[in-house]
Design a protein around this ligand. Structure first.
Ligand SMILES: NC(=O)c1ccc[n+]([C@@H]2O[C@H](COP(=O)([O-])OP(=O)(O)OC[C@H]3O[C@@H](n4cnc5c(N)ncnc54)[C@H](OP(=O)(O)O)[C@@H]3O)[C@@H](O)[C@H]2O)c1
Length: 239
C-alpha cells in the first residue's frame, strides 16, 4: 500500500503522514519545505519526500508520483499571506492540484482512491439535510460574503464541486470538518450531512481528521460506506 499525501507539511497533513507511517503504510509526499518535517518523520524508511512546488510540477513528474498509489490524499490549504490566498498562481491551489491528480490517475488507469480534505462550509446540493440546515438568511449572507472576499473559500468549493459533478468512474471521498482544532486522536462521529449552523460550527481535531483518512485508506468497510460522499466529522463531545 502506497499513499501520496499532498500538503504533508501542513497541520493536518503531518498528522496524516505520521499516522500512516505508524500503520506501516508506505508514504510519498511532495512538499515545498522538507525542513518542516520533524526529523524522525523525514528519516523514516517508509517515507519518500519529493521537494517541489506541486503547482509547478510537470504532468510527467506528477504522474510518476501517482504510479502504484493505492490512494492520494490532499490536505492542501492556502497560506495565510496575501500571495497565498489571492496570488494568481495559487488562487485555485486545491482545485488545480486535485484536477491534475485525477487526470493523472485516469491516464494511468489506476484504481487509486482520491481523498480530499474539504470543509463544512461546503453544502452538498444533493443532500437535502445540508440544504435545509444552511437555508437561513444569515448563513446565506455569510457564504455569499466569503465567496466574494475569500478566494480560498472559492477554491475549496470548486474542488468539492469538481468531485461531485465531474469525477466519473473514479473512487473519491471528501471529508468535511467544520472548525479545526489541535489535539490528539479521540472519539469522533461521522455524519452524512451537516448538523450545525455555520455560527455554531462543530469542532474537530486535525488528528481525528487524519485518523478517519487513514481508515478510508486502509479499512475496506469504511471506504465502502463513505466513497462518493462528503462525510462530516465532529469530535464526539460536540455532537
Ligand atoms: N481552519 C479550519 O477550521 C478549517 C476547517 C475545515 C477545512 N479546512 C481546510 O483544511 C485544509 C487543511 O487545513 P490545515 O490547517 O491542515 O492546513 P495548513 O496547516 O495550512 O497546511 C496547508 C498545506 O498546504 C501547503 N501549501 C500551501 N500553499 C501551497 C502551494 N502554493 N503549493 C504547494 N503547497 C502549498 C502547505 O505547505 P507549506 O508547509 O510549504 O506552507 C501545507 O503543507 C485547508 O484546505 C483548509 O481550508 C480548514
Amino acid at each position: 500500500m502506497v499513499v501520496l499525501v499532498l500538503g504533508g507539511t501542513g497541520k493536518t497533513g503531518l498528522h496524516l503522514v505520521q499516522q500512516l507511517l505508524a500503520r506501516n503504510v508506505k508514504v510519498r509526499t511532495i512538499v515545498r519545505s522538507p525542513e518542516k518535517l520533524p526529523i524522525e518523520v523525514a528519516r523514516h524508511s517508509e517515507l519518500a519526500v519529493t521537494t517541489a512546488k506541486v503547482l509547478e510540477m510537470s504532468d510527467e513528474a506528477l504522474v510518476e508520483q501517482l504510479k502504484d498509489c493505492t490512494a492520494v490524499v490532499s490536505c492542501l490549504g492556502h497560506e495565510g499571506t496575501y500571495q497565498g490566498m489571492c496570488g494568481k498562481a495559487s488562487r485555485f491551489l486545491v482545485y488545480d492540484v486535485l484536477r491534475r491528480v485525477c487526470r493523472g490517475i485516469g491516464e494511468l488507469q489506476s484504481p487509486a482512491k482520491v481523498i480530499l480534505m474539504s470543509t463544512g462550509l461546503y453544502t452538498n446540493p444533493d443532500n437535502d439535510e445540508d440544504v435545509k440546515i444552511r437555508n437561513t438568511c444569515g448563513q446565506r449572507a455569510l457564504l455569499c460574503m466569503l465567496s466574494t472576499c475569500l478566494p480560498p473559500h472559492n477554491d475549496n468549493m470548486r474542488a468539492a464541486e469538481f468531485l461531485r459533478t465531474e469525477l466519473k468512474g473514479m473512487e473519491w471521498c471528501a471529508v468535511r470538518p467544520e472548525l479545526l482544532i489541535d489535539g490528539e486522536v479521540s472519539q469522533y462521529e461521522l455524519r452524512d450531512s451537516l448538523v450545525c449552523s455555520i455560527f455554531s460550527a462543530g469542532q474537530t481535531s486535525r488528528a481525528n481528521v487524519a485518523h478517519f483518512m487513514c481508515e478510508l485508506v486502509q479499512n475496506p468497510s469504511a471506504w465502502q460506506k463513505w466513497r462518493g460522499r462528503f462525510p462530516v466529522i465532529y469530535n464526539a463531545a460536540v455532537s
